[in-house]
Design a protein around this ligand. Structure first.
Ligand code: NAD
Length: 507
């Protein structure tokens, strides 16, 4: 079996681990009890960051700071122009820090350095786009309610927002939320994943440099319990926006119900691509290969489920197997690497357990199917893996594997393909490959997904909103709808002149 493996390269690892602290009310600080936690590089196994370990005290202090900053209007009452100016400065500063942030993102997450750089540079564009929304934000007017009445609908910032993010795209995901919340005029408490805290700390440094007033963005480092839970529970928080697993998303929705605060959730996916026999099979095979291995499959949009027409299935699988052999797996610090390390040994074992269970249930491994040893590296990797003869009832066809593992199912009729796509609890994204525009349009209308790609996979733009249906989430991010999530609506009904007929009959 041919595989392209990039062994350990002699890029120097940092001599000292990055020191991360909380940012609370404009002050960088350690934890009250002095505790900290460590992160080792998943590829190299060496210590790369040491972060202050937040607890209830730090979460409470950050929430109180965000509350004060919101209530005194130091940010929410600024003009859109003034808010946009800060967001644009942040975008410039991010662009000037791509290499520094990307290196730490790679060291903590295991993703290839070239992709970390792309993620950070792309995030700068999200900040720039959100700045444009800060200046164009407006409500509605109703000038057709009769001559004596004018209606105005105001949009106001929702208030204090808790932002909780995962480890797979740490810098990108915080940038899908934070600049939009800030554009709306909100103040925030941010908790990055305990696996990848440092790029969010670096972002905090840029926010301070850009002149964001103290207390508007507070960062607390630590675990879901107690920090994340406190950020969801608090009556001083008006909204929680969370990206992560569906299981934790459900806990967050349940906890938030205690105060009926607004919840926006971006959760998992089991994203299908349907390949019709009339498709550009060469292009589809390349996109499927990209879709399953990008970010080692640790991607909410991973194209982990391919549903291919039975007539072309064998040829298609053979093509994806052949292409997989050319994808460079290995040391994420090498600029040629396309697939890096898996986030933790426990997660690597979970990926493998899905593959082994599928084999037991009758599926066939066409490529890979086991842990990968990369010469010279102590960390954990998984082989590029393609599993065929998968049936819809298998866990590998239904659950998010979150690894470089492709499940292949087959279909015969268009209706059968749509039914397979919609058979599941997730509804994040779906793709169709066909040269027939009618097939593509019918597919797009009938599938249950927040995003549909036709003859492409995983293209995204700040302008195009993103989110999931079913158990993939609620609410939307980026695009104009992404701003709306952070806005409350207030209605004004204004009478013109003394035209109101008295309700009380005095005679
Ligand atoms: P996770 O749910 O384990 O953790 C996400 C965050 O929640 C972390 O910061 C964690 O500390 C925190 N957390 C954990 N328990 C909590 C609790 N009880 N209360 C509050 N916060 C808590 O997810 P993960 O493993 O970091 O990320 C992988 C998951 O994220 C996958 O399921 C993936 O599909 C999903 N994801 C979704 C999208 C999307 O946009 N739909 C994007 C990226 C990742």
């Amino acid at each position: 079996m041919h595989m392209t493996i990039i062994p350990a390269t002699n890029h120097a690892l940092p001599a000292e681990p990055f020191q991360g602290r909380h940012l609370i009310d404009g002050v960088w600080q350690g934890s009250a009890d002095g505790r900290s936690f460590n992160r080792a590089s998943p590829a190299h196994g060496v210590l790369v960051s040491q972060s202050a370990l937040g607890g209830q005290a730090e979460a409470d202090a950050a929430i109180a700071a965000a509350r004060r900053a919101f209530d005194d209007g130091r940010w929410s009452r600024l003009s859109g122009k003034a808010r946009a100016a800060v967001l644009l400065r942040v975008a410039d500063l991010i662009e000037g820090s791509v290499d520094r942030i990307a290196l730490l993102e790679t060291l903590e997450s295991g993703k290839p350095i070239s992709q970390a750089k792309g993620e950070v540079a792309g995030a700068a564009d999200l900040w720039r786009y959100a700045a444009s929304l800060a200046r164009t934000l407006h409500g509605d007017s109703h000038n057709s309610l009769g001559p004596d009445m004018l209606g105005v609908v105001l949009k106001e910032p929702i208030g204090v927002v808790s932002i909780i993010t995962p480890w797979n795209f740490p810098f990108w995901i915080v940038s899908q939320k934070l600049p939009f919340a800030l554009a709306a005029g909100c103040t925030c408490v941010v908790k990055p994943s305990e696996m990848t805290p440092s790029s969010t700390v670096m972002l905090g440094e840029l926010l301070v440099q850009a002149g964001l007033p103290a207390g508007v963005v507070n960062i607390v480092l630590g675990y879901g319990l107690p920090v994340g839970a406190a950020m969801v529970e608090s009556a001083s928080v008006d909204m929680v926006t969370f990206t992560g697993s569906t299981a934790v998303g459900k806990q967050i929705a349940a906890t938030a119900a205690g105060t009926l605060k607004k919840v926006a959730l971006e959760l998992g996916g089991k994203n299908p691509q349907v390949i019709y026999p009339d498709a550009d099979l060469e292009g589809a095979a390349d996109a499927v290969t990209f879709g399953v291995y990008f970010n080692a499959g640790e991607c909410c949009n991973s194209g982990s489920r391919v549903i291919v027409h039975a007539d072309v299935a064998e040829a298609f699988i053979a093509r994806v197997v052949a292409l997989s052999g050319h994808v460079a797996f290995g040391d994420p610090l090498n600029s040629d690497t396309q697939v890096g390390a898996i986030i933790s040994p426990a997660h690597n074992a979970k990926i493998d357990s899905y593959v082994q269970a599928a084999v037991k249930a009758g599926a066939t491994v066409r490529l890979g199917g086991g842990l990968l040893q990369v010469p010279g590296l102590a960390g954990q990797f998984y082989q590029p893996t393609i599993v065929a003869d998968v049936t819809p009832d298998m866990a590998i066809a239904r659950d998010e594997v979150f690894g470089p593992v492709l499940s292949v199912l087959t279909f015969r009729t268009h209706d059968e393909a749509i039914a397979l796509v919609n058979d599941g609890t997730y509804g994040l994204s779906a793709g169709v490959w066909s040269e027939n525009v009618h097939t593509c349009m019918d597919f797009a209308r009938r599938v249950q997904a927040g995003t549909v790609w036709t003859n492409t996979w995983m293209d995204g733009f700040p302008e195009l909103t993103f989110g999931g249906v079913k158990q993939s989430g609620q609410g939307r991010e980026i695009g104009p709808y992404g701003l709306d999530e952070f806005l409350e609506v207030k209605t004004l009904a204004m009478r013109i002149g003394r035209t109101r007929a008295p309700w009380v009959k005095t005679r």
